[in-house]
Design a protein around this ligand. Sequence first.
Ligand SMILES: Nc1ncnc2c1ncn2[C@@H]1O[C@H](COP(=O)(O)OP(=O)(O)OP(=O)(O)O)[C@@H](O)[C@H]1O
Ligand SMILES: [Mg+2]
Length: 282
Amino acid sequence: MKTVLTIAGSDCSGGAGIQADLKTIEAHGLYGMSVITALTAQNTLGISGIMTVEAGFVKKQLDAIFDDIRPDAIKIGMLPDADVMRAVRDVLVANKASNIVLDPVLGSTSGTELSKKEAREFLKNELFCLCNLVTPNIPEAEILSQRTIGSKEDMEDVAKALSEEFRSSFLIKGGHSFFDKEDEASDCLYLCRESANLNSDIKESVSDKENEKNPIFIEGKRINNPNTHGTGCTLSSAIACNLACGLTMEESVKRAKEYIGKCISVGLDIGRGRGPLLHNLR
Ligand SMILES: Nc1ncnc2c1ncn2[C@@H]1O[C@H](COP(=O)(O)OP(=O)(O)OP(=O)(O)O)[C@@H](O)[C@H]1O
Ligand SMILES: [Mg+2]
């Protein structure tokens, strides 16, 4: 039985965060574990509160897991502040963790401007380079690259630039907006030449043959369903599940994109706002 760990915030309404991740891991037939970094009070209409978990207790949870059950892959979601990020970084490095997918949450969390800026810098400079894949959506990729993305070519250029700057593979997701093509929801994958490998001092190199494929568009039709709460969490944990099973990055992302398409298209309609997906398709 392969094991997958999610390090993320709780969504009490069950559509995103830890809850979406564990449902996704279960749907893939793997063993799920969770380290909770924050509690959120939210539903399909919005977030009404965030209570962050103190960094020392995040570390305690991580240590409890790594002392006993080594995860075959890790998905990282919401990390509320730089102290929590530091705790996560330290444990991942100390345990030489592998197959790490980070879904950056750059939206507003609690805290001052200063701590937010510090957290963002820590994320970029200390965590991205430990990850095998980082999965920003278009607005997040714009913040990270300080560039505007207005076309598929821009998506490709930014994915390449981010991958080269932060030494991780990048997947820019086109879920929320897709320029003037309203019927498309495609994502752009750029495989890093030197993907993360904490087990070795030397980063693993993507073969020249594989590098020639860059960038790889993971094409998808936009599914006409307003209920897409938790798509980012679901996609990143599905990728982690596929990596845990030993698939390549490209294959892991392609299968996860197929999975998310099915989760959206079954058309679950729960709650009064942007509703959740159906994860268990069996
Ligand atoms: N309506 C849709 N039809 C098809 N695919 C979609 C749709 N909405 C999102 N996706 C897919 O879902 C995945 C997640 O992308 P998205 O851009 O929604 O991430 P996100 O903005 O991080 O999500 P979240 O709102 O959960 O943070 C991508 O593979 C994207 O292409
Ligand atoms: Mg997201």
